[in-house]
Design a binder for this molecule. Structure first.
Ligand SMILES: Nc1ncnc2c1ncn2[C@@H]1O[C@H](COP(=O)(O)OP(=O)(O)OP(=O)(O)O)[C@@H](O)[C@H]1O
Ligand SMILES: [Mg+2]
Length: 380
């Protein structure tokens, strides 16, 4: 197995309108046996980055190292990498065994070795009973397991995955996430995985590279991204329910600092004071996650400074919790509450913001000014 290092990697494509830079000076490293996920919106350059690592796309500028070796000029077939794609890319006329063993047969491996490796992989992936079936007779999840099996049997230095679960239904995706995590632990392999689904990234990765418009916005462990996003984009992108944002400014009232705008006046928490006092008078954006907003009836820390009146526009109950689409002054926001039996659409309620969990961003640059109380600084 091996580590993978990208140093100031750029990629431009020639288009009718000239050169278009789609990957801009990307640097990150994936340690040996690490599971790294590249996540970001559609078109941000995830697949292009992965394809450059695989050798399927040339690097315009910068360096890529695999296992300490500069591979910019090493052809794909000599990089000892296996790639799994969204569309499985199985040979339709070959059965599962033939599909899985294809690479080994090309290498003229002995028959016994091939049989041993395919059987072993089929066992790990729970597809032993399907070895004689054709791809058309398998479900989407089973086909993706065959594609994984074909990668595993080669015992490559590095596994690359490009949205391998996108074609599966929600339930299958969830169970495959756990299986892939388990597979990673079992194989002790270096894996780089691409997805636009932040939940997939949060649940599976050791570390996550957040990309936008061809640039790395943050590279950190999942919980770090959640607690300590380094800018407004990462804060809004990571999290099961989207973070609520309010634009406004900071004002001093006596010894306290308030976040205010035309609709709200919220007393900031003392843990944020050292960072916020330098921003008094400037435009800031307050970010608060739906899970840090409470119905006042169940809040233990309500005060005049953290309570707002809100109307429930829409209530989306799930059994376990409800998402409330709220209106407070000119703002729409979402709260996630656990007890909702007494709530109803169009009802007015008091909501309490846990201001210790608030994040503040510079409105102009989007950069984090300070983050939730138990986060800690790590931004580049
Ligand atoms: N061969 C190419 N020629 C020109 N432009 C390209 C080429 N391949 C990709 N692009 C452009 O590069 C940008 C990044 O593409 P890429 O496929 O890496 O995005 P992505 O992050 O994987 O998106 P998605 O989530 O939709 O798969 C896009 O704007 C795309 O149109
Ligand atoms: Mg892609």
């Amino acid at each position: 197995m091996a580590n993978v290092v990208l140093k100031n990697v750029c990629k431009s494509f020639e288009t009718k309108k000239g050169y278009k830079e789609v990957v801009k000076n990307i640097s990150f490293s994936c340690e040996d046996k690490e599971f790294i996920i590249l996540v970001g919106p559609s078109g941000c350059g995830k697949s292009t980055t992965l394809r450059m690592i695989a050798g399927l796309e040339e690097v315009t500028q910068g360096e890529i190292y695999i296992d300490g070796q500069l591979v910019n000029d090493v052809p794909a077939r000599s990089r000892d990498i296996a790639m799994v794609f969204q569309n499985y890319a199985l040979y339709p006329h070959m059965n599962v065994f033939e599909n899985m063993s294809f690479g080994l047969r090309l290498q003229n491996q002995p028959k016994k070795t091939i049989e041993k490796q395919v059987t072993e992989a089929a066992e790990i992936l729970k597809i032993k009973d399907h070895l004689t079936k054709l791809p058309k007779d398998l479900s989407g999840g089973e086909r993706q397991r065959v594609a994984l099996g074909r990668a595993i049997v080669r015992k490559p230095k590095v596994f690359l995955f490009d949205e391998p679960l996108s074609n599966l239904d929600a339930e299958m995706r969830e169970s495959m996430r756990a299986d892939l995590r388990q597979l990673h632990a079992y194989l002790k392999a270096t894996m780089i995985y691409v997805t636009h689904d932040q939940i997939e990234a949060m649940t599976m990765a050791d570390r996550i590279v957040v990309l936008k418009s061809g640039e790395v916005h943050q590279f950190a462990e999942p919980l770090e991204l959640y607690k300590n996003p380094c800018n407004r984009f990462v804060a809004g992108f990571i999290g099961n329910q989207r973070m609520n944002f309010f634009d406004g400014e900071l004002k001093k009232k006596g010894t306290d600092i308030y976040f205010t705008n035309e609709s709200v006046s919220l007393k900031t928490h003392t843990v944020h004071a050292p960072a916020l006092k330098q921003c008094v008078g400037t435009k800031v954006t307050l970010g608060i996650r739906p899970e840090n907003i409470y119905d006042k009836i169940y809040a233990t820390n309500a005060s005049a400074g953290n309570t707002l009146k809100a109307k429930i526009n829409i209530m989306l109950p799930t059994g376990e919790y409800a998402l409330l689409n709220l209106q407070t002054g000119n703002h729409k926001l979402i709260a996630k509450v656990n007890a909702y039996e007494k709530l109803a659409e169009n009802k007015q309620i008091d909501i309490v913001m846990d201001m210790s969990k608030a994040h503040f961003f510079d409105t102009t640059s989007g950069k984090t000014v300070c983050h939730m109380a138990d986060g800690h600084a790590s931004c580049p």
